[in-house]
Design a protein. Structure first.
Length: 311
C-alpha cells in the first residue's frame, strides 16, 4: 500500500521574511518549495498539500478596503476562498512543471475547501485572531461600520475575528477519491472557509478564520494519512524555546508531548496549534506527526531531521 502524507506548508513557503510579497517573489519561493515535495512524490508517497494564507488574505482585505467606493467589499470567507484560488494556482502550476521535468506523470488539482465548525463554538463570542494589515483610524471606522471587530495595536488598527475549532472537512470524500486515482491534491488552504450547518438550509459561511494546522489534522484524519508533516521556519520543536537552554526535540512520544504542551512550551498562534494538531492526529489513528523546516521536508520524512512525534 502506498503511504499517504498530508503536508502543511507554513507561511515561509510562499513569502520570505523581508519580502514585499510580489507575485514574482511568491512564484519564485513556490518553485523552491515544491522541489522537496517532488522528491517525496518520487519516493512513492501519496500527497495532499495544504498551506497558510495570512499575508495573501490580508492583501485581499486591504484591496477590498481601498477599492470600496468602486466595487462592493467582499466578506472574509469570500476573501479566504479567493486566497485558496490564487495560492492553489501557484502551487499547482509550479508543482506540475517540476514533476514534468522529472518525468513524473501525475496531475495536481486544487480543491476549494470548506471546513465545518460548530455554530456554538465559544470562539464566536470572543474574537481573538488579528488578521490582515494595519489600518489607520479612518479606515478602521469604515470597517467597524461594515461589521468588523477591530483591535488597536501598537502600529494601528487590525481586524480581529473568531478562530473556531475545525470539526470536519466538507470536501473530504472527493479529496479521498482523487487520491485513490493517483492525483495530488491541494486542499483546505488557509485553514478552509468556516461553515456551519443550519437546519433547513444547509451549509452557511461564517466570518472567521480556521487555524491551518488544525484543519490539516482533520484532513489527515479524513483521508487516513499515515503521516502529518507540518513544515515551518524552524528545524525542530524546542523546549524552552528562545531561552539560552532551548533544547530541540527529535523523537518524542504522545504522552511526553502532551505533558510539554500542558507545561506551556508551545504558545497559541504559532507552535501551539501545530502540537495540538500532532496530538489529535495520533489520538485519532495517525502513525507519525513531523514538524520540520520547509527546506528539509524530504529529509524529515525519511527520518533524518525534524521533530518526530509517535505514539
Ligand atoms: P507557520 O507559518 O509555519 O505556521 P508560525 O509562525 O505560526 O509559522 O509558527 C512557527 C514559529 O513558532 C517559529 O518561527 C517559532 O518562532 C515559533 N515557536 C514558538 N514556540 C516554539 C517552540 N517551542 N519550538 C519551536 N518554535 C517555536
Ligand atoms: Mg502558523
Amino acid at each position: 500500500m502506498t503511504k499517504r502524507a498530508v503536508i502543511a506548508l507554513g507561511g515561509n513557503a510562499l513569502i520570505k521574511p523581508g519580502q514585499k510579497g510580489t507575485i514574482y517573489e511568491q512564484f519564485a519561493n513556490t518553485r523552491e518549495t515544491v522541489k522537496s515535495i517532488v522528491k517525496i512524490i518520487k519516493d512513492g508517497w501519496d500527497v495532499v498539500l495544504t498551506h497558510g494564507n495570512g499575508p495573501q488574505v490580508g492583501a485581499i482585505l486591504l484591496q477590498n478596503q481601498a477599492g470600496r467606493d468602486l466595487v462592493p467589499p467582499m466578506p472574509l470567507g469570500i476573501c479566504v476562498a479567493e486566497s485558496q484560488g490564487l495560492i492553489g494556482y501557484m502551487i499547482q502550476q509550479c508543482l506540475s512543471n517540476a514533476l514534468r521535468k522529472e518525468g513524473i506523470n501525475k496531475d495536481v488539482v486544487t480543491i476549494v475547501t470548506q471546513v465545518l465548525v460548530d455554530d456554538k463554538d465559544p470562539a464566536f463570542e470572543n474574537p481573538t485572531k488579528p488578521i490582515g494589515p494595519y489600518f489607520n483610524e479612518d479606515q478602521a471606522l469604515k470597517l467597524l461600520k461594515d461589521g468588523y471587530q477591530m483591535t488597536k495595536q501598537k502600529n494601528g488598527w487590525r481586524i480581529v475575528v473568531p478562530s473556531p475549532d475545525p470539526k470536519a472537512i466538507i470536501e473530504a470524500n472527493i479529496i479521498k477519491a482523487l487520491l485513490d486515482d493517483g492525483i495530488i491534491v491541494i486542499a483546505a488552504g488557509g485553514g478552509g472557509m468556516p461553515v456551519v450547518e443550519r437546519k433547513g438550509w444547509g451549509l452557511d459561511g461564517r466570518e472567521a478564520v480556521v487555524d491551518k494546522d488544525l484543519s490539516a489534522e482533520r484532513l489527515a484524519e479524513a483521508i487516513g494519512a499515515d503521516v502529518l508533516l507540518i513544515l515551518t521556519d524552524v528545524p525542530y520543536v524546542y523546549l524552552n524555546y528562545g531561552s539560552e537552554d532551548q533544547e530541540p526535540l527529535r523523537k518524542v512520544n504522545l504522552e511526553e508531548i502532551k505533558k510539554f504542551y500542558e507545561d506551556g512550551h508551545f504558545p497559541a498562534g504559532s507552535m501551539g496549534p501545530k502540537i495540538l494538531a500532532a496530538i489529535r492526529f495520533l489520538e485519532n489513528g495517525g502513525e507519525r506527526a513531523i514538524i520540520a523546516d520547509i527546506d528539509h521536508a524530504w529529509e524529515a520524512l525519511k527520518g533524518e531531521t525534524g521533530t518526530h512525534i509517535t505514539k
